[in-house]
Ligand binder design. Structure first.
Ligand code: ATP
Ligand code: MG
Length: 295
């Protein structure tokens, strides 16, 4: 299992210090660990322990105070805003607790959204978004807007959006935070099985031990420090479509690795594009924080 030993994320002596007047808050305090390709890794800790800060540093959303974050051999903390934006679009996906869906867009348009930045043609985008929504069980809700869906359905749209472009790494911050226990388990199974089918790496933040049990490795965080790293010998399993004997609806047929190659992706342009009457400015921000006008 050669791929299992490849380090995809390296966190080296990372610190994040917030200054509040004369007080210094060591939100992340000299943390080092690696995440392997295809691994499902969980950052587990109580409220205020520094999990989200650490995840945001890893995703390049926040700037670190010192240390290094290396993803796929690239030092993300050294990248310019533009390079970082392109790197995120190409390799990273995000699932947020609060869904971060665009209220004026349908489920289909929300999932299509990240593909705009990959310059994938409209027809192909729509097919990819539709296929992904079917995969998360929302084939009958394509034209619903977020407020016309339940919390669990909105979170599944969020998952479809995070996974639609088949990012190598998905960061998830309390992805089931607002959901009941049954829906939480469904959403976790979904994340795990999609990631497994596509051999994606997941970094998930939670305070809930039951969710951490889905992970291969659990990094316990306390007061901004790693308390311990636990290898989960028997992670809870999202059974994959292959295991269930279902047809594997891989996105590979829709978006080939060739399509996603760096050299095949055009430079971001200044131009904007319109989806559902919403003008999408070309982004220099992560998905979910995309600059939008006319909403
Ligand atoms: N922008 C900020 N300015 C100052 N302090 C901050 C800022 N963001 C976070 N903190 C502090 O850093 C610490 C870590 O916050 P963080 O959001 O990472 O915690 P968390 O583990 O994700 O908690 P929760 O489970 O409640 O989401 C907290 O003590 C918080 O008050
Ligand atoms: Mg948090």
């Amino acid at each position: 299992m050669e791929s299992q030993i490849e380090k995809v994320i390296e966190v080296k002596n990372v610190k994040k210090i917030y200054r509040m007047g004369s007080e210094k808050i060591f939100a992340v305090d000299d943390v080092s660990f690696d995440i392997l390709k295809g691994e499902f890794c969980c950052l587990l800790g109580t409220s205020g322990s520094g999990k989200s800060t650490l995840l945001n540093l890893m995703a390049g959303i926040e700037k670190l105070s010192s240390g290094q974050i290396i993803i796929k051999g690239k030092r993300v903390h050294k990248m310019s805003e533009n390079s970082l934006a392109r790197f995120r679009q190409r390799y990273l996906g995000f699932v947020f607790q609060s869904y971060n869906l665009m209220g004026s867009m349908t489920a289909l348009e929300n999932v299509e959204f990240p593909l705009v930045f990959k310059r994938i043609r409209s027809k192909k985008r729509k097919k990819m978004a539709r296929d992904m929504l079917i995969k998360v069980g929302l084939g009958s809700r394509l034209t619903h807007k977020p407020k016309e869906m339940s919390g669990g359905q909105q979170q599944r749209v969020g998952i479809a959006r995070a996974f639609v472009a088949k990012p190598e790494i998905v960061f998830a911050d309390e992805p089931t935070g607002n959901l009941d226990t049954k829906t939480t388990m469904e959403v976790m199974n979904l994340i795990k099985s999609i990631a497994k089918d596509n051999k994606q790496t997941i970094v998930m933040v939670t305070h809930d031990r039951r969710l951490a049990d889905f992970a291969d490795r659990i990094i316990h965080i306390l007061d901004g420090k790693i308390q311990s790293i636990e290898v989960n010998e028997h992670p809870m399993d999202g059974s994959t479509k292959e295991e269930k004997g279902e047809e594997v609806h891989s996105m590979e047929s829709e978006v080939s690795d060739e399509d996603m190659k760096e050299e095949n992706l055009p430079e971001p342009k200044e131009e904007s594009e319109e989806i559902a009457g919403v003008t999408v400015e070309n982004t220099s921000q992560p998905e979910g924080e995309i600059a939008v006008t006319n909403v």
